[in-house]
Design a protein around this ligand. Structure first.
Ligand SMILES: [Zn+2]
Length: 490
């Protein structure tokens, strides 16, 4: 109806996996040796504080082998997982989220075995989850392994899991173990489906390591794989390693053109159809600008690659080191900077911090990543296109007349429109008002600390408010009243 389609990104969390493993620095603390002489004692060098390993180095390990028949929309997959009980309580059954079971006849599970190869005879289904009771509870610190052997028949649909004539999108395509919370148990939730549209993201992801091998059974020479990391390719076999990622996603096409750009040691790769190569240049340029800005605001981008992918979808989605941007934004690109690419690329790039680096409970507290990532769009316009910032607020927020509180779950009455109005649009207004109340210095130091202190964790609203309270003494009552249905406990 106007020049620009309002970009509505149905987004989910995305999480960048850091390619740079934060390795604990060796902390041989220097003992000041006794000084035998009367020489002045040298001041001991302060020993570097050891950086703790994310998840104590106990993150789940996925080893996935996929043989792909692209033209028949078929995959033959073996997925092995090594899971460590990172909690202080015994775990009596293991839950796998098997997302493809949401779609009719999309997966056939040939077998489930334990780490020794013995078939797992007993398991049950709870909705799209496979629940495996353990013969003996898994004690804190103990490891367990399972192997799923299965076939995927990719649904002929445009979506994060599907295949169109020109693209295979593989998200949530392997059995995933959700986080285990000592009080709540497995953080596994139902999808929220209203009017045949998914509302938000129903999965919670902890950071995990992915080791993925891909081969093609047909026309391998035509295939281009976009992923959140670069593969090693040998004899037609692609080997991917993506550490500390919330998900491992591939977009595969026999038609992609690729452009590349390097910024601050990060390789940005643009994948798009050759017909829209100019739009792909724009997308990569915007991703570069966004990476530069958000590195300043939130801290370093910890991966070596950021893939910006034209996706056959009606939504946009962030994953670790990879963002999927809906195809129409490329085809209809016009009127910069008042374009959907200008709005959405920074949004998805900022999810590299809020989803990939800092996780959250997406179904129950979606505002924790979607409100800040929507406000990040405003930060982007403020930095690079200040004359269009008011246009952004008008188009993206005010024209929708949003109302309501932002701390809703994805199970919201009213479905997608209500969800966007509250979590995204009112969420952006909350950040605007929070910044106004705290002042720029406190606001931006809060953002940096909140991000950096929850790297590779799943942050909660309690973490959010605790960090805010450490950065301001301002009275926030009017913000609680206006934007939250459950008043935060200071
Ligand atoms: Zn988003």
């Amino acid at each position: 109806m106007f020049l620009i389609l309002c970009a509505i990104s149905l987004l989910a969390a995305c999480a960048p996996a850091s390619t740079v493993d934060p390795v604990p620095s060796a902390t041989a603390t220097q003992q000041a040796s006794p000084t035998p002489t009367n020489l002045p004692t040298p001041t001991p060098e302060p020993s570097p504080t050891p950086t703790p390993l994310p998840l104590n180095g106990q993150q789940t390990q996925y080893f996935i082998d996929a043989e792909i028949n692209y033209y028949n929309r078929f995959l033959n997959v073996t997925s092995r997982v090594i899971y460590t009980n990172k909690t202080k309580v015994p775990i009596e059954e293991i839950v796998f989220i098997i997302y493809p079971t949401i779609f009719q006849n999309a997966i056939y599970i040939r077998s489930v075995a334990d780490g020794e190869g013995r078939p797992v005879a007993e398991y049950r289904w709870e909705s799209h989850r496979m629940v495996i009771p353990l013969e003996t509870p898994l004690l804190p610190g103990e490891q367990i392994s399972f192997v799923h052997d299965y076939e995927l028949y990719m649904p002929d649909r445009s979506g994060v899991f599907g295949q169109t004539g020109r693209q295979l999108l593989l998200s949530y395509w392997y059995p995933t173990i959700p986080p285990f919370d000592e009080e709540q148990g497995w953080l596994a939730y139902e999808i929220s489906l209203v009017n045949s549209m998914f509302v938000g993201e129903h999965q919670v992801f902890e950071s995990a390591d992915f080791n993925v091998t891909v081969t093609f059974t047909d026309r391998a020479e035509n295939m281009v794989i976009a992923a959140g990391t670069l593969p090693q390719v040998e004899n037609g076999t692609y080997q991917f390693n993506l550490p500390l990622a919330r998900a491992f996603v591939m977009a595969i096409s026999d038609s992609f053109g690729i452009i590349e750009r390097e910024v601050n040691g990060t390789l940005i790769k643009g994948y798009a159809l050759p017909e829209v190569a100019d739009s792909s240049e724009v997308a990569v340029d915007l991703a570069e600008k966004a990476l530069v800005l958000f590195t300043e605001v939130f801290g370093p981008y910890e991966r070596e690659v950021l893939s910006v992918v034209q996706a056959d979808m009606g939504i946009n989605m962030e994953f670790d080191g990879l963002i999927l941007i809906q195809s129409s934004f490329y085809w209809l690109y016009r009127d910069p900077p008042r374009s959907d690419l200008h709005i959405i690329i920074p949004h998805e790039v900022s999810h590299q911090w809020f989803f990939s680096l800092v996780g959250s409970n997406q179904p129950m507290e979606p505002w924790l990543d979607e409100s800040i990532t929507t406000y990040a769009e405003a930060l982007f316009y403020e930095r690079y296109f200040p004359e269009d910032l008011d246009w952004w607020w008008q188009t993206r927020v005010h024209s929708h007349l949003p109302s309501g509180t932002i701390d809703t779950s994805i199970y919201v009455n009213g479905g997608v429109p209500e969800y966007f109005n509250r979590v995204y649009r009112r969420g952006a207004l909350f950040y605007r008002d929070l910044r106004e109340t705290m002042g720029d210095d406190a606001f931006f130091s809060f953002l940096m600390e909140y991000t950096q202190s929850h790297r590779y964790e799943i942050a909660t609203s309690e973490d959010f408010w605790a960090t805010i309270n450490a950065h301001t003494t301002a009275d926030l009552t009017h913000l609680y009243d206006s934007y939250f249905s459950t008043s935060p406990t200071p």
